[in-house]
Design a protein around this ligand. Structure first.
Ligand SMILES: [Zn+2]
Length: 374
């Protein structure tokens, strides 16, 4: 048992290390379908018998029961999202009958497409762990997605942000993505330093994992954040692909048991980063929203991946892919100093917006809150 567990952990570490040693091209647009985790369910064949009227009637009843059971089973682990929305004063309406559902109140609009594995929250794309389902005329979202995406972002928990860890991706002998004579490691450091200045000017203490062009182990980066008691960890990277691939995306580690947004290998078991699933999503949402609204990046969404700097990180943690170093549109933002400053400003404002949001939540005195204080 112990040996199997350790082997699983080793596989996870290797898989995580492999995906992160690749430059950020690993996160570029992919059209690959999700495979691997779905297993066909074997259904026992019924005995062939001579059919009489009574038997036929009995079979019909059985078929009905089976359908009802299947429907019930297929929504197990799911919640009726309209019922969930009502708890938050959200009205539900089809914008496209049986295809697109909109839930909204004064401050939030959530759009869900039946069959899609993503949602839109206030016009920002959020990857989900499971597809949105429809059953018996009702719309269902997995409980895991309610908790780690919808509820996490629209009804945040109280928290405090005093110290922020900024991690400029790559460095030294690891340049990351390269294009047009530019290297990812240099641009991420420039952006990170500007983010630091903006946050410091707002009275936030900042810890940098590197301030020079030096090679750093992946595991060292979150450890620096932890040793300095950082409340959030933000790793800054750039994507690379073809010239027509442009846009920003922000990764969190994948919730336990779920498949990542793009297929990954290795264990899906819970890791330390999963204890912050809700805060991870909230932080990612706030940064992505600023990048899309303030820098006009194309919205590639908040995504899930068990990245080496995220899955074992103690505090809420995200990895920002602030555009494509190879993208014809994004290069104009990344290679020009004043445009690049806008990216730094957006990341900093995203962190500050997260800080303001979690710090302004009114604590609800419940038994569990009281218990946590002990
Ligand atoms: Zn990178």
């Amino acid at each position: 048992m112990k040996k199997t567990f350790l082997t699983g952990i080793s596989l996870l570490l290797v898989a995580a290390a492999l995906c992160c040693w690749n430059p950020c091209a690993a996160n570029a647009a992919t059209t690959k379908q999700q495979t691997g985790t779905a297993r066909p369910v074997s259904i026992p064949k019924k005995k062939q018998t001579t059919t009489t009227k009574t038997q036929a009637a009995s079979t019909k009843t059985k078929a009905k029961t089976t359908t009802a059971q299947t429907t019930a089973a297929s929504t197990s682990g799911y919640q009726n999202v309209v019922t969930w929305g009502k708890k938050h004063g959200m009205r539900a309406a089809w914008t496209q009958k049986n295809k697109t559902l909109r839930l909204s109140n004064d401050s939030t609009t959530i759009v869900l497409n039946i069959g899609a594995r993503h949602a839109s929250i206030n016009n920002i794309k959020i990857a989900l762990c499971q597809n949105v389902k429809m059953s018996g005329g009702n719309v269902f979202v997995s409980t895991q997605d309610i908790n780690t995406a919808l509820e996490a972002i629209t009804n945040p928990r109280k928290n405090a942000v005093r110290i922020v860890a900024i991690d400029p991706g790559h460095g030294g002998s690891q340049p990351g993505a390269k294009h047009s004579g530019k290297q990812e490691k240099d641009i991420t450091l420039l952006i990170a330093k500007e983010v630091r200045t903006i946050l410091q000017n707002k009275g936030v203490k900042v810890v940098m994992t590197r301030t020079t062009d030096r090679t750093m182990d992946l595991k060292t980066r979150p450890r620096i954040a932890e040793q300095n008691h950082a409340d959030v960890f933000v790793s800054i990277h750039l994507n690379a692909a073809s010239a027509d691939a442009n846009g920003a995306e922000v990764f969190t580690t994948t919730p336990a048991g779920a498949q990542s947004t793009t297929p990954d290998s290795g264990s899906t078991a819970a890791t330390r980063g999963n204890k912050n699933d809700a805060a991870n999503a909230l932080l990612a949402y706030h940064i992505q929203r600023q990048l899309v609204q303030k820098v006009q990046f194309s919205d590639r969404g908040v995504k899930r991946k068990r990245l080496g700097v995220l899955y074992d990180t103690a505090m809420p943690a995200v990895l920002v892919e602030a555009g494509f170093i190879s993208g014809s549109k994004d290069q104009k933002k990344l290679f020009n100093a004043s445009q690049r400053s806008k990216i730094a400003q957006a990341i900093a404002e995203g962190i500050l917006s997260y800080k303001k949001t979690v710090e302004s939540v009114k604590p609800t005195p419940t038994k569990s809150n009281t218990a946590e204080k002990h």
